[in-house]
Ligand binder design. Sequence first.
Ligand code: 6PG
Length: 232
Amino acid sequence: MRDASTRWHVFSDADAVAREAAERIVKAARHAIRARGLFRLVLAGGRTPVQAYRLLVDAGMDWSRWHIYYGDERCLPVDDAERNSAMAASAWLDHVPIPSAHVHPIPAEKGAEEAALEYASVVRQALPFDLVLLGMGEDGHTASLFPGHHHSDSQLVHAVHNAPKPPPDRVSLGRAALCNAQDVLIVVTGAGKQEAVSRWKAGHTLPVAEIAGRHGADILIDRAAEGAEKGS
Ligand code: 6PG
C-alpha cells in the first residue's frame, strides 16, 4: 500500500535541516537493521546533504550493516571532486568503516549509457530501498531527473544528456526505482529554492513532486527555501 502523502517540516536554517536529516537517517537505519539485518540507503548528490553526511561520521552505528547506493552521478572522471560519490566520501564515507563492498558508486566514468545499464542490475538486486535521500534543484529537478526530460518508467536507471545543471551527461535512478523504498527524505534549503517550492506546493508537475516511498515523502526545508522570510 503506497502512501503518497507529502509531509513538510520547516526548520530555522540549513544546519537544523542537516541535524534532522541525520537523525532521521540514523532512525531509519536502526529500524531496518532491527527488522531486516541491513540498511539500504540511497544518497543524494549536490551540496545540501553534505552537512548531514558530516554529522553521520559520529553516529557510532554498526556500519557493517549499511549498504550505500547513489540516486545519481555526474559523468566525470572517477577521482573528480565534483562527483556526488566524491562529496559523500570526503564528508562521511571515508571516515566510517562501511565495508567497501557495501558502497555502490555509479560507474559514470564509463559514460552514461554503459553506466546506466550496469547500475540497473545493482539496483534490481537492492530493491526495495529502506531510505532514499534526495535534494531538489532550483527548477524542481531531483537526482538527475530534470523538467522536460522524459524517461520510461520501465527503466530503473537512466542515461541523462543535455542536463541543464552541469555536467550535461549524467546517470540517474528513475522514478520507479526512487519510489521503490520504504521512506523518501528530501532536503531543501536556501532562498534559491523558493520558486520551485511554491510551484511544488501549488501542485505543478515537477520531477521532485513525483517521488514518494511506501510511507510517502518527508520534506525537510528551511525558512529561506520556504519563503517565510519574504517580507518578514
Ligand atoms: C546533483 C544532484 C542534484 C542536486 C540538486 C540540488 O548532481 O547536483 O544530484 O539533483 O540534489 O541539484 O543541489 P544542491 O543541494 O547543491 O542545491
